[in-house]
Design a protein around this ligand. Sequence first.
Ligand SMILES: NC(=O)c1ccc[n+]([C@@H]2O[C@H](COP(=O)([O-])OP(=O)(O)OC[C@H]3O[C@@H](n4cnc5c(N)ncnc54)[C@H](OP(=O)(O)O)[C@@H]3O)[C@@H](O)[C@H]2O)c1
Length: 247
Amino acid sequence: MRRLLPDPAGEVDLESEYIVDPDSAWHVRASFISSADGAVTLDGRSGGLGNAADKRVFGLARDLADVILVGAGTARAEAYRASRPTGARLERRRRHGLPDAPLMAVVSERLQLDLDSDLFPTDEPRTVVITSGASPPDIRAAVAEHAEVLVHGDDTVDLTAAVAALRRRGLRRVHCEGGPRLFAGLVAAGLVDELCLTLAPLLTGPGAERIVTGAPWPAPAYGVLRHVLEDENYLFLRYDLKRAALM
Ligand SMILES: NC(=O)c1ccc[n+]([C@@H]2O[C@H](COP(=O)([O-])OP(=O)(O)OC[C@H]3O[C@@H](n4cnc5c(N)ncnc54)[C@H](OP(=O)(O)O)[C@@H]3O)[C@@H](O)[C@H]2O)c1
């Protein structure tokens, strides 16, 4: 993979390209892949958009995180499993002083989750489900048999309180893997520090979602470009975002 910006280089060390500032008390990174015409899915999933380099970058971002934060829509569409790194990836986590496995945290209002899936392992760390006081109490009780349930917010999930709760546990490097609804909510609340966006060299045509969906924002969020990498016509853009609430 080569670097186009800031200083062109033939082959880069990916780990140093994506390292999280060790001094940051708290860092929320979001990762997405989008086609050149703005689609986040091909045939309903993100996988068809990516290449091997995108998988490497995504895996690396996971490896550098204390917690993986994901919306229930993505967990359902992409058949999410809990991450249990082994081999070189486990070794990388240990080198960076991270726990052997990242905590999985799923945001859900309705709690329509497949509790028998590999997203809810019986070993530690148990998956955390973040919901609001409006979620059905009987389903919440059932979920609590398979996961740790955190309730933040009365009518809808209070993302600021949820992220603060993760932070209080010492989970300071958050990797948000979308999807568009969760990401839009986090950016609107001023909770995202960084966006890693892979731009795939594909036009998928009309129909798919963008990387954000939900209620419109009153103002745009601005990013500062940290780097641009390239591999097989795929662009890998790393933006610092301003941590300011838009709503
Ligand atoms: N290209 C990419 O990089 C990429 C990345 C991720 C996802 N995707 C794609 O995006 C699609 C899913 O989109 P999506 O917008 O449904 O994804 P999502 O944000 O993962 O899921 C939305 C669901 O998550 C819960 N949720 C999110 N934000 C919430 C909030 N603030 N408060 C309460 N609940 C919240 C709700 O769950 P409940 O419905 O359970 O209440 C909501 O229906 C899939 O097709 C997936 O493949 C693409």
